[in-house]
Structure formats: structure tokens, C-alpha cells
Design a protein around this ligand. Structure first.
Ligand SMILES: NC(=O)c1ccc[n+]([C@@H]2O[C@H](COP(=O)([O-])OP(=O)(O)OC[C@H]3O[C@@H](n4cnc5c(N)ncnc54)[C@H](O)[C@@H]3O)[C@@H](O)[C@H]2O)c1
Length: 246
């Protein structure tokens, strides 16, 4: 029987892309899965609970975590997949609101959700938190200073929380994806189809395996950290088709 059978998991950003694939993978392992997202869920989302919640709003989060725990039991797996990547903007032209949104969702939002679920994990005797970083947690990317800074911050968030709770049964890790075929990447492409194809080809060529990743390939790493990685905490798994190997 899967170690996740009848365990309660919360996935943020679960309406799309990596979050959606992660929620489905957790469900396939028998977990009870709650999803939250700023956007509406598709009618056929299939989750045990799906709530429209903004991770930048701590009050909404507290209410959502209470509702999920009351209905599904204590949350013992958290996958922080909500994220945004607006841009590009040259560093000196970065608008205040874009910086605030990017850091607010990717870094502060991830922290907000951790803070909301940790008391329940402590009461339940432990849990596993998986934050989604990026290859951009490790390398720079021109035009995306806010995104890169937010994702580098996710590594620090992960390491520090891992140390806070290492002796209390809560493991905290980061998964760092390369470019993955999701709406986030599709949105970043130019409108012109020829230009979009050229950009997609250049993104593909950054990955030595010769393709972009699939959301399910990130979900698989999240699953391993959630269920099996009992001696792994404060660490990161890079799932990037070799992007950061050269
Ligand atoms: N796609 C990639 O190439 C890639 C690469 C590395 C890392 N990532 C990271 O993976 C995570 C998931 O990205 P994705 O590619 O699936 O993107 P996506 O756009 O398909 O999904 C992101 C989801 O997060 C939700 N979201 C955004 N802001 C939110 C908020 N304030 N509150 C709640 N939900 C919010 C969106 O509504 C969306 O459903 C992000 O953290 C992203 O930075 C993606």
C-alpha cells in the first residue's frame, strides 16, 4: 500500500500545469488532495476539495487550511506549486508592482502556506513540504531578476525551515524544474507563431536531453519527496534534463 494512502495533501497552484499534475499524482497514490489556486478550477478537477485562494493572503490561507483539515484530516504533505513569472524587464526598468507580485507569490506566498500548515503538521507528528524552485534558483536569467531572486529565495526558505523542524518530523525540500510544458511557458512566448517557434527551439536547446520537461516528471519528484525520502531534508532535487549540468 502506498505510504500516501488516506494522507491529506495540499497543493497550491493546483488548477494548472505542475500543480495540477502533482495533485493528480498524489491522488493516484491514494492521498486525499486539496487544491488551492487564485484562478478557477476546471469543472472536472476531481480533487477532494478545490478552493479559490490567493497565497499572498494569509487570512484566506488560514481559513482554507482550517476548512481542509476539518474535512480531510491534518495536512501532512504540502506542495507549493503556485507561481508567476512576469517579464521580461531589464533590471532598471522592473516596475514596483511586478517585483512585488513575483516575490509576493513565489517566495512570500510559499512561506505563507508553510506557516499556515506547519502547526497542523506538528500536531500530527510530522509531514513533508515540497517547495517548487527552478533552475533559476541556481542561475541568472536576463530580464527576470524578480523571478530569479524569488526562486533563489525559495532555496533559503527551504533550508531554514528544514532546520527549524528537523527534529520534529517535518522535512522541507525544493524541486528545481528546468523548462516544463505548461501554460506558464506558453504565455511567455511571442504572439507571432514563427517567433514563438524560434524561442521554443532555443529553450529546448538549453536542455541537453533535447526537449522540455513534462509536468508529470516534476510531480514524480514531488511524490518521492512526499512519500519515500525519509532522510532528505533542506535539500533540492533538480529535474532539468541537464540544463544546469553545463
Ligand atoms: N513551467 C516551467 O517551465 C517552470 C520551470 C521552473 C519552475 N516552475 C515553477 O513551477 C510552478 C508551477 O508553474 P507552472 O509552470 O505549472 O505554471 P502555471 O501558470 O501553469 O501554474 C501556476 C498556477 O499558480 C497559480 N497562481 C499564481 N498566483 C497565485 C496566487 N497568488 N495564489 C494562488 N495561486 C496562484 C496560477 O493561477 C496557476 O494555476 C511555479 O512556481 C513556477 O515558477 C515552472
Amino acid at each position: 500500500m502506498s505510504k500516501l494512502q488516506r494522507k491529506t495533501a495540499l497543493v497550491t497552484g493546483a488548477a494548472s500545469g505542475i500543480g495540477r499534475a502533482t495533485a493528480q499524482a498524489l491522488q493516484a497514490e491514494g492521498a486525499r488532495v486539496a487544491g488551492i489556486d487564485r484562478d478557477a478550477f476546471a469543472p472536472d478537477h476531481g480533487l477532494d476539495i478545490a478552493l479559490k485562494v490567493d497565497v499572498t493572503d494569509p487570512e484566506q490561507l488560514r481559513a482554507a487550511v482550517a476548512e481542509i483539515s476539518d474535512n480531510l484530516g491534518p495536512i501532512v504533505v504540502l506542495a507549493n506549486c503556485a507561481g508567476v513569472s512576469p517579464g521580461p524587464f531589464a533590471g532598471h526598468e522592473m516596475p514596483d508592482d511586478v517585483w512585488a507580485l513575483t516575490v509576493g507569490v513565489n517566495l512570500t506566498g510559499s512561506f505563507n502556506v508553510c506557516r499556515a500548515v506547519i502547526p497542523g503538521m506538528l500536531a500530527a507528528g510530522g509531514g513533508s513540504i515540497i517547495n517548487i524552485g527552478s533552475v533559476m534558483s541556481k542561475v541568472g536569467n536576463p530580464g527576470y531578476v524578480a523571478y530569479v531572486a524569488s526562486k533563489a529565495g525559495v532555496l533559503g526558505l527551504t533550508r531554514s525551515l528544514a532546520l527549524d523542524y528537523a527534529q520534529m518530523g517535518i522535512r522541507v525540500n525544493t524541486v528545481c524544474p528546468g523548462f516544463i510544458e505548461t501554460p506558464m511557458v506558453a504565455r511567455s512566448l511571442p504572439d507571432d507563431p514563427f517567433e514563438a517557434q524560434a524561442v521554443l527551439t532555443s529553450i529546448r536547446d538549453m536542455h541537453p536531453v533535447g526537449r522540455l520537461g513534462r509536468p508529470e516528471e516534476i510531480a514524480a519528484a514531488v511524490l518521492w519527496l512526499a512519500a519515500d525520502a525519509s532522510f532528505v531534508t533542506g535539500s533540492e532535487i533538480t529535474v532539468d534534463g541537464g540544463f544546469t549540468a553545463r
